[in-house]
Design a binder for this molecule. Structure first.
Ligand SMILES: Cc1cc2nc3c(=O)[nH]c(=O)nc-3n(C[C@H](O)[C@H](O)[C@H](O)COP(=O)(O)OP(=O)(O)OC[C@H]3O[C@@H](n4cnc5c(N)ncnc54)[C@H](O)[C@@H]3O)c2cc1C
Length: 336
């Protein structure tokens, strides 16, 4: 029998350290426990919410739901040829440990995604990305439990509808519980170094995946606050995507605008917009504010409630809208 607890504090399970209580809480350690958890929730008309590492969440004071903390573990080599390996990894594994382990096996492809907090199962949800690589670039398929149809689905990469920080799992939120993912990695190394701070590595002719991993870890440690010391959820806003016409208007007005080309449009650096709006290092009620070294990271040093977090986020969005006529979209999921 699974152990479903009531009134459990979620503060230790979210990287913003928001004080929050789940009315019902269970740790999922085996897939076969799922039918019992679903039956329990249905009998009480409770929504089911999947929790990974809590590093991309803003939690209400009280979450009226059955919160399922995914702790499914396991890594398996499922296919191998001369150049590639395909691995299946259970959703509760820690993402960064998977990246480090894959490189130690001599497999490359995940090194640019080092040190992203959270679990493997959450990686496809917002199609995690960093330094020019997204998980969608390496993902073969997702094995998920469809909570609506109450059956296991195997979704191909195309079926996951991946976009910039988006996927089927984010747009159809709370429908799927991801159990495992398959990734295809390479035995020989072809580095992805086009993203700014990694370009310096291009001169290294003996470059290994481990070197890129080490550099990514060093850059991230220098730039991002460790949530254990300064609670945060990483980048709080998505970089807004704009058309050529909007981009030209902005560039005329702000010649120092920071942007990236993205398909036929442009991605504007949200951190630059917030910085330019004078909000870097500033804070509001409950001490919630924008991190002094990276304005895009919203910090919660006093472990305040979601009300203070949302109030500061609204203030940032309002200022950016006033100044640039651009709308910032919040990246983390908000559980009310
Ligand atoms: C310091 C810091 C740096 C970060 N840097 C980056 C970065 O560079 N790039 C980036 O993309 N993100 C970044 N993030 C955001 C975050 O790490 C990722 O979004 C991560 O994938 C979230 O994983 P998690 O397990 O903590 O998910 P959670 O926060 O627990 O959950 C996030 C969402 O995914 C859903 N979910 C979780 N597990 C499952 C599952 N098994 N099945 C179905 N749904 C599930 C949840 O219901 C929720 O909607 C950063 C966060 C922090 C704190």
């Amino acid at each position: 029998m699974v152990d479903i607890k009531q009134n459990v504090s979620l503060q230790p399970f979210n990287s913003l350290a928001i004080p929050s209580v789940a009315t019902h809480f269970v740790e999922l350690t085996q897939e076969r426990e799922l039918p019992e958890i679903i039956a329990y929730s249905q009998a009480r008309q409770l929504a089911l919410r999947v929790l990974g590492g809590g590093s991309n969440l803003v939690l209400a004071d009280r979450v009226e739901a059955c919160v399922v903390r995914n702790t499914l573990l396991g890594r398996t080599l499922v296919e191998e040829d001369l150049d590639t390996v395909t691995i299946e990894v259970a959703a509760g594994e820690t993402w960064h440990d998977l990246v480090a382990w894959s490189i130690a096996q001599g497999w490359s492809g995940l090194e640019n995604l080092a040190l992203i907090p959270g679990t493997v199962g959450a990686a496809p949800v917002q199609n995690i990305g960093a330094y020019g690589v997204e998980v969608a670039d390496r993902l073969v398929s997702v094995r998920a439990f469809d909570l609506q149809r109450e059956e296991v689905s195997n979704l191909s990469n195309v079926e996951c509808l991946f976009e910039y920080r988006n996927s089927l799992f984010k747009s159809d939120e709370n429908r799927y519980l991801i159990c495992s993912i398959r990734l295809k990695l390479h035995k020989s190394f072809s580095p992805m170094l086009h993203y700014g701070p990694l370009q310096a590595l291009k001169t290294n002719i003996d470059l290994r995946a481990q070197d890129v991993f080490d550099r990514v870890v060093a850059i991230r440690q220098a730039k991002l606050p460790n949530p254990d010391r300064i609670p945060n959820a990483g980048s709080f806003f998505k970089n807004p995507m704009v058309t050529g016409a909007v981009f030209q208007r902005l560039q005329l007005q702000f010649p120092d605008l920071v942007f990236f080309r993205a398909g036929s449009g442009y991605k504007i650096a949200a951190g630059w917009l917030i910085d330019k709006a004078g909000l870097r290092g500033q804070s509001g009620a409950g001490g919630v504010g924008c991190y002094s070294k990276q304005a895009l990271v919203l910090i919660n040093p006093q472990r305040s409630s979601s009300r203070d977090v949302v109030a500061w986020s609204d203030r940032v969005r309002h200022r950016v809208e006033q100044l640039f006529d651009l709308t910032l979209e919040v990246e983390p999921r908000i559980w009310t």
